[in-house]
Design a protein around this ligand. Structure first.
Ligand code: UDP
Length: 349
């Protein structure tokens, strides 16, 4: 029997973990314990995903949130180390690029417990992003690097990972697995008008008042042409209030994954700064405008499915109008065959 501890804490990690947790649960040789760091804690940012995707209840909930990066990562490191010393797992699994990812990987590695990093090798090459720092450090101390794309594999090779005693594998994207697994359970939106689906929450866009203002202005212009639906991330809501900005769009509370899949199926196009949404747009053959200067999902830009935009109002409006005219097909196959978790489980066990 292999005892595995999975460490998660933020919304995209619940979605990434759902299908792997299910596969581990069904495997006779694996036993998984979840640690929820508490980084995301509102019920519509956390609990709803556990319920909708039948993710096992975490044995530990650290309730660590609303702290600066240093304090948050430090608290998580301390608390996780204590649990790992008690539970003595054979392996720790971490996902993506949040503070929970780095803290979990660091706690385990210092105790000589091997770490599997799911979604390894991604790079934006922008060291101002907290996510980029978390990814690079987590990759370097992990033993199993499960990459979602060829570009991620190449990034690791370019950083000399061939010289390290680690397993690097392109298994495909676990979010593609999730999307396929839950597609039939998707909850369609209650309205029928054509709409674009928007999510904005990256610190680089929300924390800077001039950038956030320019994005708000663009979305307000677009909403006069086609309905703009925004499940509003709590951080964005907080900064809109702080800067006195008003979104004149169809604002909704953050929704569950099944509602999100329902909206992805019906939307005319996607506008986002989310990592996950860029790919989910593609999985649903929808064109996407990403309000960022660079993306880790470079293959989407290369094949024309995703267009990057600066925060300039006119540029956003023009690119969204253009993307509404575009047809996207799920070709080439960029993110695996929808069985990433089976490959991960086989390699781990
Ligand atoms: N998502 C969701 N409800 C929402 C907004 C996003 O379920 O209201 C999902 C989305 O479909 C994707 C994931 O959350 O699967 C992306 O998470 P987020 O944008 O928070 O993080 P990122 O992918 O940028 O790390």
């Amino acid at each position: 029997m292999k005892n595995i501890i999975t460490i998660l804490g933020a919304r995209p990690q619940f979605i990434k973990a759902a299908t792997l947790s299910k596969a581990l649960d069904e495997h006779p040789e694996a036993q998984e314990i979840l640690i929820h760091t508490g980084q995301h804690f509102d019920s519509n940012m956390s609990e709803i995903f556990f319920n909708q995707m039948s993710i096992p209840e975490p044995k530990y909930n650290l309730a660590i949130n609303n702290l600066g990066h240093g304090a948050m990562t430090g608290e998580m490191l301390k608390a996780t180390e204590k649990i790992l010393l008690d539970e003595k797992p054979d392996l720790v699994v971490v996902y993506g690029d949040t503070n929970s990812t780095l803290a979990g990987a660091l706690a385990a590695t210092k105790l000589h417990i091997p770490v599997a990093h799911v979604e390894a090798g991604l790079r934006s090459f922008n060291m101002h992003m907290p996510e980029e720092i978390n990814r690079i450090l987590t990759d370097r101390i992990s033993s199993f690097l499960f990459c979602p794309t060829e570009a991620a594999i190449n990034n690791l090779h370019n950083e000399g990972f061939k010289n390290f005693d680690v397993i690097i594998k392109n298994v495909g994207d676990v979010m593609f697995d999730a999307c396929r697994t839950f597609a039939l359970k998707a909850k369609p939106p209650q309205f029928s008008d054509p709409f674009i689906l928007v999510t904005i929450h990256r610190a680089e866009n929300t924390n800077d008042p001039s950038k956030l203002k320019a994005i708000v202005e663009a979305l307000n212009i677009l909403h006069q042409e086609i309905k703009v639906v925004i499940p509003l991330h709590p951080r964005t809501a907080q900064y809109l209030k702080k800067y006195g900005l008003t979104l004149k769009c169809a604002i909704v509370e953050p929704v569950g994954y099944l509602e999100m899949l329902g909206m992805l199926q019906k939307a005319k196009a996607i506008v986002t700064d989310s990592g996950g949404l860029q790919k989910e747009a593609y999985f649903h053959s929808k064109s996407c405008v990403t309000i960022r200067d660079q993306t880790e999902w470079v293959e989407l830009v290369e094949c024309g499915a995703n267009i990057l935009s600066s925060t300039n109002t006119a540029e956003i409006v023009q690119k969204v109008r253009y993307s509404l005219e575009k047809t996207i097909s799920l070709n080439p196959i960029l993110y695996g065959d929808g069985h990433a978790v089976d490959k991960i489980v086989n390699l781990l066990l």
